[in-house]
Design a protein around this ligand. Structure first.
Ligand code: UD1
Ligand code: CA
Length: 464
């Protein structure tokens, strides 16, 4: 049977008190509406129509071709929102999955189970419900004497008796598509909020004698609807835990999941150990047998197998296999390390390609540079790549040795196997296997230290 999805995302989200539209607020680094859309796609919905209104352009710009869109120009309620997809979907024979854009923890597995129950029971509507300790704010599921679903009543329309019901509507449903649109036409806005409620469709179908099913999720996390920042933090916490469990199941050791922040799309290979205080963002991908952290912050970065990244920050960097990064290294965009590279403490790299086996162990800046293989860059050596207007390139050949505290003034090329003497300021190219020395020759003055001290002592006495 055809499966389609309708995602409600037109509300402003007043309770967020934000300039950012509610469904674009990220949970574990990904906007809530993207989580929801990913879930319905994974649950094999062939089409997904996102209802947009507030921030329509921003939402569409973010989701792009991943969805179709229907505009709800005025936000008159969730029932009115679904009705906006009538032109696109009204004639489809099949199952419509309706999800709110602010329930980021709804999972594809749960949607599959919901759809399976709906089809098995031949229901006109199936509601995903949850039993909550504190149901405040959610619509309540009203059941009859035999446990059959009668209707959903919104918090603001509840009697005291209904308010005590702890089984809530998660805002995720399956409908027979044609019956959904037929029932929507009968929904009115005579309620406490003066809105056209999607939830009223349940009572309408029930009164017509249609079968209504309910699928109660065992995991109340799936139910969380984010209306304010308190719920946003709760969703973040629950999603973080879920992501950690996914990686743990795949063979990753996370020493302290409560203090490790892994965004939704990060991938990590088996036998990697992630230490606390680590933040892995965006499209970061980490190989097998790595040691990441403590306290590393990686964004859109790729780490090869067997590498170590301790107390370091990386953004759009590529690190090869068996590399050692940190402690306290900063890999900026365009950093590409081949295999077995060492980048040590207080080293910053930007737009720098470093060949296999090279070492930059301490206190260096290497920017806009191509460094060959087996190069050693001594402590404090830097590339001077910027003259205040232009960025210039430094090229260092294979097997070169750059002495400590050397300044390589770009543009400059250091040949293969060349040797730059410590403390040199290099402004001219150095040929292959040449030695470059660019510093004052040393002068030793015998016994002069005592002479200087005597002079200083005398001055101090005079001044007292
Ligand atoms: C809704 C349900 C409630 C359920 C809860 C679960 C209704 C009437 N109530 O309440 O039973 O327990 O979700 O989280 O459906 N939206 C539109 N257009 C509108 C209004 C809302 O697109 O005109 C979108 C919002 O962007 C949001 C979603 O629909 O993503 C839900 O709207 P919201 O106002 O958050 O509904 P709740 O009060 O949470
Ligand atoms: Ca909500």
């Amino acid at each position: 049977m055809t499966r389609i999805a309708i995602v409600l995302a037109a509300g402003q989200g007043k309770r967020m008190k934000s300039k950012l539209y509610k469904v674009l607020h990220p949970v574990c680094g990904k906007p809530m509406v993207s989580h929801v859309l990913d879930a319905v796609k994974k649950a094999s919905c062939e089409r997904a129509v996102v209802i947009v209104g507030h921030g329509a352009e921003a939402v569409q710009a973010h989701l792009g071709d991943a969805a179709e869109y229907a505009l709800q120009a005025e936000q008159l309620g969730t029932g009115h929102a679904v009705l906006q997809a009538k032109e696109q979907l009204g004639e489809v024979d099949g199952v419509a999955v309706v999800v709110c854009g602010d329930t980021p923890l709804v999972s594809a597995e749960t949607l599959e189970a919901l759809i399976a129950l709906h089809e098995r029971e031949g229901a006109a509507a199936t509601i995903m419900t949850a039993e909550l300790e504190s149901p405040t704010g959610y619509g309540r599921l009203v059941r009859g004497a035999n446990g059959e679903v009668l209707r959903i009543v919104e918090q603001k329309d509840c009697t005291a008796e209904e308010a005590a019901i702890r089984e809530i509507n998660t805002g995720t449903y399956c409908f027979d598509n044609r019956k959904l649109f037929a029932a929507l036409a009968q929904v009115t806005n005579e309620n406490a909020q003066g809105e056209y409620y999607l939830t009223d469709v349940i009572g309408i179908l029930q009164r017509q004698g249609e079968r209504i099913s309910a699928y109660k999720t065992a995991d109340p996390a799936e139910a969380i609807g984010v209306n304010d920042r308190v719920a946003l933090a709760e969703a973040e916490r629950l999603m973080r835990r879920r992501i950690a469990v996914k990686h743990q199941t795949n063979g990753v050791t996370i020493i302290d999941p409560e203090h490790t922040y892994i965004e939704a799309d990060v991938t990590i290979g088996a036998d990697t150990i992630v230490y606390p205080g680590t933040v892995l963002r965006g499209n970061t991908s980490i190989g097998e047998n790595c040691v990441i952290g403590p306290s590393s912050d990686l964004t859109d970065t790729k780490i090869g197998d067997g590498s170590t990244v301790r107390q370091s920050v990386a953004d759009q960097a590529v690190v090869g296999a068996r590399c050692s990064v940190g402690p306290f290294a900063y890999l900026r965009p365009g950093t590409k390390l081949a295999d077995q590279v060492k980048v040590g403490d207080f080293v910053e790299l930007k737009n720098a390609v470093v060949g296999e086996g090279s070492k930059i162990p301490h206190l260096s800046y290497v920017g806009d540079a191509t460094v060959g293989s087996n190069v050693n860059i001594g402590c404090g050596a830097i590339t001077a790549n910027y003259d205040g207007y232009n960025k210039s390139q430094t090229v260092i050949g294979d097997n070169a040795f750059i002495g400590s505290n050397a300044n390589l003034i770009a543009p400059v090329t250091i040949g293969k196997g060349a040797y730059v003497v410590a403390g040199s300021t290099i402004t001219q190219d150095v040929g292959d296997n040449d030695l470059a020395i660019a510093r004052e020759r040393q002068v030793n003055k015998e016994g002069y230290a005592e002479k200087i001290r005597a002079r200083a002592r005398a001055k101090k006495e005079r001044d007292q």
